[in-house]
Each structure stands twice: as C-alpha cells, then as structure tokens.
Ligand binder design. Structure first.
Ligand SMILES: *[C@@H]1O[C@H](CO)[C@@H](O)[C@H](O)[C@H]1NC(C)=O
Ligand SMILES: *[C@@H]1O[C@H](CO)[C@@H](O)[C@H](O)[C@H]1NC(C)=O
Ligand SMILES: *[C@@H]1O[C@H](CO)[C@@H](O)[C@H](O)[C@H]1NC(C)=O
Ligand SMILES: *[C@@H]1O[C@H](CO)[C@@H](O)[C@H](O)[C@H]1NC(C)=O
Ligand SMILES: *[C@@H]1O[C@H](CO)[C@@H](O)[C@H](O)[C@H]1NC(C)=O
Ligand SMILES: *[C@@H]1O[C@H](CO)[C@@H](O)[C@H](O)[C@H]1NC(C)=O
Ligand SMILES: *[C@@H]1O[C@H](CO)[C@@H](O)[C@H](O)[C@H]1NC(C)=O
Ligand SMILES: *[C@@H]1O[C@H](CO)[C@@H](O)[C@H](O)[C@H]1NC(C)=O
Length: 445
C-alpha cells in the first residue's frame, strides 16, 4: 500500500511539475538593415540580424517572405559576398550531407545547423541549404544568407521551415511575423505583432492559393484615378523583387489622368519595361500611386516611387518604381512593402494563411477607411496574444568575426587599401625577410 501511495504521490507531482518544464512561449523583435533609398543601381535587399552555429555567429540574412528555407552562404562560394558570412569551421553543430539542391546560379548542400533569433528563439537542428554556388547576377541580391519566412503547405517539406519548427516546439507566442521595412529603425518581429510598429487595426485578408498572393481591388494613379484592369486582380507579394509590376504599362504612361502632369515621360527603348519621368526642371517631379486592398487605400512613398537620377535612366529623366512585368502578372515588390506594415499569420492546423496590412507607425497618412470584408474564421485563427513586454535575450551571440585575427595587416601591392583582419593567421609560419620577422606583409591578402 505504502509503495502504491508513494508512487501515486510521485505520479501526481510529475503531472503538476510537467507544465513548469515546458518552453515559455515568446517572441522576438529583430533589427532590419534597409537602404535609405531605392536606387537604380544599388542593392535593394533588406537584411535582418540572425545568428547561426554553436557558438552563435552574428550575421544578417536577406528577408524572403516567399521563400521557405534558411540558406546561409559559406566560404567555399566564389561569387558570394563575404559580408557577415558564417564560417562552419567555427561551429560545433554544423552537419552537412552530400545532397545538392538548387541550380548553378544558386545552389548548395543540404544539412542542419543551430539557428538563433535575437538571442531569444533557438532551434538546434534547422534544415538548411549551405550555399556554395552563386552566379554573379544573383550575387548582387544578398549577403549572409536567406531567411525564408513562408512555410509551405506541402506536408513533407513543412517541417523543414524554421517558423513551423519553432511553433511546433512551443516557442512562439503566436504563429505570426510582422514586418516594417520603411521609416526609422525598421524591424521584423517573430511570434507576435508589436503595436509599436503600426497604426490602428490590421486589415487581414486571406492568402490565396498558399502562394503568397492576395487580391488587389485597384491600382490608382494621379488623384486616385484607377488604372484599367479587370478587378479584382491577384497579385503576389515579394521581398526580393524591386518594383510594383503590372502586366501592361502603356495605358498608364500615355494617360495624363493616370501618370499626372509631367514635363516629359520616357519609355526605356530596349525592353519597354521601365518608365522615366523628366526630373531636371526647377521643381522636383511628383508622382501619385496607390494600391487598394480590401477597401483600404495604401499610398506609395514618393521617395521610393521616384528614383534619384542615374546612368541607367535617360538623360534628364528619373526612373520610377512602376514596371512592366515579364512574364505578365501583378507583383508587389519592395517599393510597395516599404510603404506599409505587413503581418503574416502562417497556416497551422485547420487555419489557412492570412496577410495583414496597416499603415506603418509614424506614417502621416491618416485614414478612417475600414476593411470591406471581415476575414473568414477570424475568431479561431486571428485571435492573437498581444505581447506585454519585449523579451530580453538569454542566448549569447558572438558579435565579432570568429576566426579572424584581432591584428590587422596591410595588403601586398595595395598600399592605399584598408588593412584587413585575416583568418587562421596564427597558424602561418612567420615570414623571414633578411633575417627580420615580419608578419605585417601578407601576400595578396
Ligand atoms: C551583428 O550585430 C550587430 C549588433 O547587434 C548588428 O548591428 C550587425 O548588423 C550584426 N550583423 C553583422 C553581419 O555584423
Ligand atoms: C575549414 O576547414 C577545412 C578542413 O579543415 C579547410 O580545408 C578549410 O580551408 C577551412 N576553411 C576556412 C574558411 O577556414
Ligand atoms: C538533418 O536533420 C534531419 C532531421 O532531424 C536528419 O534526418 C538528417 O539526417 C540531418 N542531416 C544531417 C546532414 O545530419
Ligand atoms: C511535396 O514535396 C515533395 C518533395 O519535394 C514532392 O515530391 C511532392 O510532390 C510535393 N507534394 C505536393 C502535393 O506538391
Ligand atoms: C488559384 O487556384 C485556383 C484553383 O486551384 C485556380 O483556379 C487559380 O487560377 C489560381 N490562381 C492563381 C493566381 O494562381
Ligand atoms: C485616361 O484615364 C482616365 C481615368 O481613369 C479615363 O477616364 C480616361 O478614359 C482615360 N483616357 C484614355 C484616352 O484612355
Ligand atoms: C532636361 O532633359 C531633357 C531631356 O533630355 C532635355 O531636352 C532638356 O533640355 C533638359 N533640360 C535642362 C534644363 O537641362
Ligand atoms: C472556417 O469557416 C468555415 C465556414 O464557416 C468552416 O467550415 C471551417 O470549419 C472553419 N475553419 C476553422 C479552422 O475554423
């Protein structure tokens, strides 16, 4: 009897103790590095701070709202930018297979690694592709790696996504992320939506076809005049495309009620995809463009819509952020994303995916517009837990470049260049020059 009672007590205690051992649900707010302006010939990617490996190496990855994998660049990659590149040699948790994925333009080996977000969220075995091959064209697009923020619905692949993994491990307060790419101090939050990042209520709309698409009610030009398309249209959202893409732009650029009064309008002659407006006059050029989603009108920032003059624009003209799509379709790229706050409730269980739109915090647009349709299944799928405070980091992230020397060296034959830190320099035998030890000369860097 006594034994049974003890067992019962032990068993009951275990039941009561168990919940204390589970992971606390939390969220994280990560800094995003954004270009000050969208320019013709400069990187337009937005990078978010992440950490990878054991100990966690600090890096910055390109935000992929339509990608589903994490893919770091590794030192074997010849055409990859080296900025903030992760080095597997300095990690004890690097696991790589011999299976290749991707293409010659962008490819690498499958494997797993520890992935850490803001020193708060951590997955010990995230499936990834270690990119060791990147074409010179793709190289312009990102450094560090890609953070895929779109879990796929495909059951056999879904478990490979970092968000699904964190959610299934009980680490996330909510199955959501929120993104503000424009304005001061842009951020990505994972696990909760931070009310300090947006104004008012979110306008939730269903994600169409599990493919990062939404319904657009109207594209508007000058004075709110509507561009003639068969509305509603289906448009995809993309953080790796630069512009707002339309299947047809001739109607827009030739109609003054749409493009507005311009001193001159130019269509790039070769591909006829890019529009320039004259910008060498005494007044800065003006352009109005906006997008209607579920009954709310979202204006695009002038600042991102009109590019600074460049060698890629016709003389006296500035290119604009409205492009002809090839192949034909509707796409809302970075020029659009920098003008809104975007939330995503990713699909889990019976709940489908939803995108939420709002005016970013501090935006001057005041609006009393209300969403036209309430999202389906809102009470089951969109009752989110509001965060009460910002979680403090508990996991130390190595800020420096692991493996690089503290000492800097001048580059042989490049007297004008900045001195550089080097990897593995401690392992080199000292150079002997006429009997003098000199480590400060490094052949070819
Ligand atoms: C590393 O950490 C610092 C401080 O958090 C951050 O500003 C920086 O962008 C991070 N990433 C890289 C690649 O250095
Ligand atoms: C990483 O280690 C391997 C094997 O020890 C070595 O061949 C390689 O050069 C190292 N890579 C770097 C970037 O240090
Ligand atoms: C990565 O993790 C998966 C699932 O945990 C496992 O099946 C796979 O073998 C691992 N890959 C490597 C290279 O260790
Ligand atoms: C899911 O992904 C696997 C692996 O890539 C593929 O073979 C399969 O066809 C996909 N299933 C669906 C329904 O698309
Ligand atoms: C979405 O899926 C439906 C049904 O499968 C299909 O008819 C429609 O063309 C798809 N839309 C897009 C934009 O892919
Ligand atoms: C130009 O656009 C306006 C506003 O949408 C429209 O009313 C007008 O018919 C268009 N003009 C031409 C020539 O298509
Ligand atoms: C502005 O550019 C246009 C087109 O190249 C040119 O015709 C015009 O003379 C230029 N005006 C000034 C003030 O430079
Ligand atoms: C969503 O709503 C539809 C129709 O009202 C219902 O059939 C479905 O079960 C709901 N789904 C969830 C996840 O509640």
């Amino acid at each position: 009897m006594g034994t049974n009672l003890n067992m019962l007590i032990a068993w009951t205690a275990a039941i009561f103790l168990l919940p204390l051992c589970t992971v606390a649900k939390t969220w994280v707010s990560l800094p995003v590095h954004a270009p000050a302006r969208i320019e013709d010939d400069a990187p337009f990617g937005h990078q978010v701070d992440v950490a990878i490996g054991t100990p966690p190496q600090n890096s910055s990855f390109n935000i992929g709202i339509q990608d589903w994998l994490v893919a770091p660049l590794v030192p074997q990659c010849i055409f990859c930018p080296v900025d903030g590149m992760y080095d597997p040699n300095w990690s004890t948790s690097f696991k790589v297979s011999d299976k290749r994925k991707g293409s010659f333009d962008l490819g690498g080996l499958e494997g797993n690694e520890t992935f850490t977000l803001g020193g708060v969220l951590q997955d010990l075995n995230t499936p990834m592709i270690f990119i060791d091959q990147m074409g010179p064209e793709a190289a312009k697009r990102f450094s560090g790696g890609i953070l895929g923020l779109a879990p796929t619905k495909n059951e056999s692949l879904r478990g490979h996504n970092i968000l699904v993994r964190l959610d299934e491990q009980g680490q996330l307060l909510n199955p959501v992320w929120g993104l503000r790419l424009g304005g001061d101090n842009p951020r990505l939050t994972i696990g909760a939506l931070d009310p300090n990042e947006y104004e008012g209520e979110l306008n939730w709309v269903p994600e169409l076809n599990d493919t990062g698409m939404i319904k657009v009610d109207a594209y508007r030009g000058y004075q709110g005049n509507i561009l003639p398309f068969q509305y509603p249209v289906t448009a995809s959202l993309s953080s790796v495309s630069k512009n707002i893409y339309l299947p047809e732009i001739m109607t827009y650029l030739t109609n003054e009620s749409l493009i507005g009064p311009q001193e001159g309008v130019n269509l790039e002659p070769d591909h006829k995809q890019q529009i320039g407006i004259q910008c060498n006059g005494t007044q800065p050029p003006q352009l109005q463009f906006s997008v209607d989603i579920n009954g709310i009108n979202y204006p695009i920032n002038q600042h991102d819509l009109i590019r600074p003059p460049s060698i890629m624009a016709a003389k006296g003209f500035c290119n604009i952020g409205v492009y002809k799509a090839d192949p034909a379709g509707f796409e809302l790229g970075v020029v659009f994303l920098r003008s809104v706050y975007l939330a995503y409730r990713f699909p889990t269980g019976d709940c489908p995916g939803y995108y939420g739109f709002a005016f970013p915090k501090g935006s001057t647009t005041t609006s009393n517009q209300k969403p036209r349709d309430a999202p389906p299944n809102a009470s089951q799928c969109l009752s989110l837990v509001q965060p009460t405070s910002t979680p403090t980091p508990t996991i130390a992230v190595h800020e420096g470049k692991l493996g690089f020397s503290e000492e800097k060296f001048r580059v042989y034959g490049k007297a004008e260049d900045q001195w550089v830190a080097l990897r593995g320099v401690g392992d080199l035998p000292a150079l002997t020059v006429r009997g003098v030890e000199d480590k400060s000369v490094v052949n070819g860097g």
